[in-house]
Design a protein around this ligand. Structure first.
Ligand SMILES: [Zn+2]
Length: 313
């Protein structure tokens, strides 16, 4: 098994102020922990290319893309440090490039996995994506990397069915909106509720199995809902490829949320997803980093996730 790790230094040049939890230090912590875990022999490190705007435009409106690009250009012209898109989503002069690298990682990983160059891939990228609505960047997210990759698999590679698994503590409202009632896409997730982004919990939408859980839910309960709700839906959908919105902010040490997962829960969930992927999808998985703000818990959880992807004991 080969697992590719896609990243790029540009993803660390986007930053939103020293107070902001979605910081460049997150990617550094992941890099350091991957090195320290001595699993490099099982991994293939690849530079993320810049996404083509055509790929982003399969998910986002031209106005949404232009709002990021044009405001970054005006920052460069005016020598200003930040432009606020909303109360907690800022642009700096490097944000456009970082967003292109993040989406580009997801697209390139999709192409490489479908081509059979690698078995699966983890994209160590920022800005994250799953809150970015088709018509509005929000919630630390500029463009929805996972949605862009899934669209690429459907529209360019002609896959007929894909699945998106989102285990971030927050509801992936952007991804849900992008694929609502799209029969080729099944999305499964759990998320703390009520909690940011406070979107309505949808009932009776057949391609969305997004399960709200209360604060202080622990890993054993999450494993039960994965077994009882996600896996039957995934078996029924028979995805030809699986995308993961891999947020690690449901970790018990992460203070942004109040859930109680640990590294072993992330490894277990990844193994379940691997099982589905092997059964229906030739093992094809592309995983993209979303949240995770306690640097130590984030880095340890990513290593557990990547070890499961690479099938390292
Ligand atoms: Zn999150």
């Amino acid at each position: 098994m080969t697992t590719a790790i896609y990243s790029h230094p540009d993803c660390k040049r986007h930053e939103m102020g020293s107070w902001h939890p979605e910081s460049p230090a997150r990617l550094q912590a992941i890099e350091d922990q991957l090195l320290a875990s001595r699993i490099a022999d099982f991994l293939e490190y690849r530079d993320a290319p810049e996404a083509d705007v055509v790929d982003i435009a399969r998910v986002h409106t031209p106005a949404t893309i232009a709002r990021v690009r044009e405001n970054v250009e005006s920052l460069e012209r005016n020598g200003t440090a930040y432009y606020p898109l909303d109360g907690d989503t800022m642009l700096n002069p490097f944000s456009w490039k970082a967003a292109l690298r993040a989406a580009g990682a997801a697209v390139a990983a999709t192409d490489a996995v479908i081509a059979g160059e690698v078995n699966n891939a983890f994209c160590s990228i920022r800005p994250p994506g799953h809150h970015a609505r088709p018509s509005e960047s929000m919630g630390f997210c500029l463009f929805d990397n996972v949605a862009i990759a899934a669209k690429r698999a459907l529209e360019v590679h002609g896959l007929k069915r894909v699945a998106i698994v989102d285990f971030d503590v927050h509801h992936g409202n952007g991804t849900e909106e992008a694929f609502l009632n799209e029969p080729r896409v099944l999305m499964v997730s759990f998320f703390q509720h009520p909690f940011y982004p406070y979107t309505e919990v949808l009932e009776s939408v057949t391609n969305m199995v997004n399960v709200p859980v209360p604060a202080y839910t622990k890993g054993d309960t999450v494993r039960e809902l994965v077994s009882e709700k996600w896996l039957p839906a995934l078996h029924a959908h028979q995805p030809e490829m699986i995308f993961i919105s891999a947020g690690f902010d449901a970790h018990r040490e992460d203070d942004i949320g109040q859930l109680g997962l640990i590294e072993a829960d992330y490894a277990w969930m990844t193994q379940q997803i691997m099982g589905i992927a092997k059964q229906y999808a030739q093992g094809r998985i592309v995983s993209c980093l979303e949240g995770g703000y306690n640097l130590s818990a984030l880095a340890r959880s990513v290593v557990a996730h990547v070890k499961a992807l690479a099938e390292i004991d």
